[in-house]
Design a protein around this ligand. Sequence first.
Ligand code: ATP
Length: 349
Amino acid sequence: MWKKLYIYKVGKKFQSLIAHLCKKGMVDIMRKIGVLTSGGDAPGMNAAIRAVTRTALAKGMTVVGVLKGFNGLIHGDIIDLDVRSVSDIIQKGGTMLYTARCNEFRFKEGLQKGKETCLKEGIEGLVVIGGDGSFRGAADLSITQRIPCVGIPATIDNDIAMTEYTIGYDTAMNTAMSMIDKLRDTAQSHDRCSVVEVMGRHAGHIAVNTGIACGATHIITEEMPTPLEEVIERIQNTHTTGKHHFIVVVSEGHGDAKEIANEIEAKTGIESRATVLGHVQRGGYPTVRDRVAASQMGHYAVELLEQGKANRVIGFQKGKLVDYNIKTALTMKKTFDEELYRIAMTISF
Ligand code: ATP
């Protein structure tokens, strides 16, 4: 067996041969890996940590957890992970490894410190669970510091282009849907309009899906901008058909829910209330979809490291697991489901 053979030392033309030999069990290139969570948290991160840990252990690797994202890598904040360290976490929101944003890691000195920790701890590969910012860090660590990294997309916003799905998205949408259902109850009792801001950063995926799922009269997103007058006109038209309570879903960063509610009330005379759902969408028990996706991605990430792959990010395309060069993945553009938006607008009045 060849021990500690790093893929980047052998040149590109041998990489596929080595990957093949790894698959056959003839080459052993990875003995110890690390896993960290970085950026905003997302329900299902724990399930991914568990999958990474258990897959690596099953392959005879040693696993460590890096605490608080790239901060932990810079400061050597590392814990050993064994099979029981990741017990009883699959159902929990948040991340047992904590997460953080780490500005220092954007610079050469920070990256070098990260590499030093890896060398000191014997970490030969790293699984980075986070969003696109975290993948930039993972790419830099792979390319400039020669520490092989594989990224797992975990963000409730589902705004990473190379994958149809990011861990946490389904749970966040279900949380938002259940909150909006509750708001609808009280809007119905009082003949009110409820304007609800959901998360998504610059992406309207949560807004359009929860909007259609909750029967929102209007959905306001960055991708499908609507002048407020049109929203108000739609409410007025719907009012004349006998509808007395309304839900308007607004995507984060695309209008102030309170101002929109005030404007609706002023123009229609319908009492209106604003609710910003906020961080409640980032917590809670992950749904089946998130736990399964996290488990699949965690397992696949370790397989890629085992095959000597570096600078890769995992995703789902047409329901199948795929992986891309991180730099290539970061240049891709996410599309918005305009058809879903049109359906929502057609059936909610
Ligand atoms: P979310 O989608 O939840 O915001 P994210 O991973 O995109 O998650 P960021 O705050 O953008 O969150 O990035 C997380 C961390 O990744 C940063 O705090 C930093 O440590 C690292 N990072 C971001 N950009 C870079 C970069 N260009 N180079 C190196 N590291 C980076």
